[in-house]
Design a protein around this ligand. Structure first.
Ligand code: NAI
Length: 301
């Protein structure tokens, strides 16, 4: 992989036309990224009524640039106005790169790829933003396996430079080169990593978040634990991070890693309780380890 990371080659036909499927926390961040870097952007929505809300949330991500006077509001509006949408996988013939950021579920993702393969040009790349499912597993039923690749962005997409790029054993060199070139053209730091459940970052991060939940069961002081870890030098504490990632995503990823690695990756009973019994999702539902009201963040009692 070190060789691949250094030696990816510039392509003759770089990607300028992208489609994003899934418009939750990550999908919106990815829409923002590609619109900011002047790619032609199409989004796949489940209901047309969602479009205005999605664009409003993407506009909010642009706020940090307008506040710093790096962009004017009319430049932002121009970018947002260029984003097109489809409800039924239409108008994808000119898409060169389709990235999926839907729910972390193998079956739902595979169904999406099957529909995409029917509609895309046969050279188009299909990428997945999965956090934890192996790329070889996700590509197993595809017709054009050479066009499939993992492109794992981190949350929030506008702040986090790293992107894990994960080829399967059948991904072509051309797909790798084009993907690396696209990500670099959008100011990201793509690093090619090997395929396995959780790749590198989440294999390390999930046991850390899990252990924080185990500590919390014995020592119920969320703020204290978050502060200790922040003072240790992490950008945020584990409970703030879990709320940012989403408790649902954390729970699903924990399960996938537990299935793959067994006892080495246990699932804290507190995580199951918060997600399954209390049905809290973290920041996106304004309630997780903390509650969120406007700018106010308080420990959830
Ligand atoms: P989210 O819950 O915010 O959004 C999920 C999206 O999937 C929504 O647009 C929802 O309408 C759609 N969806 C749900 N069920 C579907 C189905 N059956 N078919 C098609 N679409 C469906 O989730 P989030 O956080 O944006 O995660 C999306 C993907 O990105 C997941 O694979 C996750 O593992 C991955 N990811 C998440 C990160 C995070 O910090 N939240 C970081 C990096 C990757």
């Amino acid at each position: 992989f070190q060789k691949l990371n250094k030696n990816y080659e510039k392509t003759t036909n770089p990607i300028s036309n992208v489609t994003i499927l899934g418009n939750g926390v990550m999908g919106k961040g990815i829409i923002w990224l590609f619109s900011k870097y002047a790619k032609e952007v199409r989004i796949k929505v489940r209901k047309v009524e969602q479009v205005q809300g999605i664009l409003k949330d993407v506009a909010k991500i642009y706020d940090f640039l307008t506040k710093q006077r790096k962009m004017t509001q009319s430049e932002v509006d121009l970018k947002l106005n260029k984003i097109s949408y489809t409800q039924h996988f239409d108008g994808l013939k000119s898409t060169q790169f389709a990235i999926e950021a839907i729910i972390e579920d193998e079956k739902a993702k595979k169904e999406t790829y099957a529909k995409l393969e029917e509609k895309l040009n046969k050279h188009a790349i299909i990428a997945t933003n999965t956090s934890s499912i192996s790329i070889n597993t996700l590509s197993s039923e595809l017709k054009n396996k050479e066009n499939f690749i993992g492109v794992h962005f981190f949350n929030p997409v506008n702040m986090m430079p790293l992107v894990e790029v994960i080829p399967s054993k059948e991904t072509s060199k051309e797909t790798i080169n084009k993907t690396m070139e696209l990500l670099i053209s959008c100011g990201k730091t793509p690093i090619i990593v090997g395929d396995c459940a959780g790749f590198i970052v989440n294999r390390i991060l999930l046991p850390y978040l899990n252990e924080a939940a185990v500590i919390l069961e014995k020592n119920p002081d969320i703020k204290h634990i978050d502060k200790v870890i922040k003072d240790f030098g992490m950008p945020m504490g584990p409970f703030t991070l879990a709320d940012t990632v989403g408790i649902d995503i954390g729970y699903k990823v924990a399960h996938i890693l537990n299935e793959s690695y067994g006892r080495r990756m246990p699932i804290a009973s507190l995580l199951t309780k918060i997600y399954k019994d209390l049905k809290l999702l973290g920041k996106k539902s304004n309630e997780g380890f903390y509650t969120y009201k406007g700018d106010k963040k308080e420990v959830n009692k």
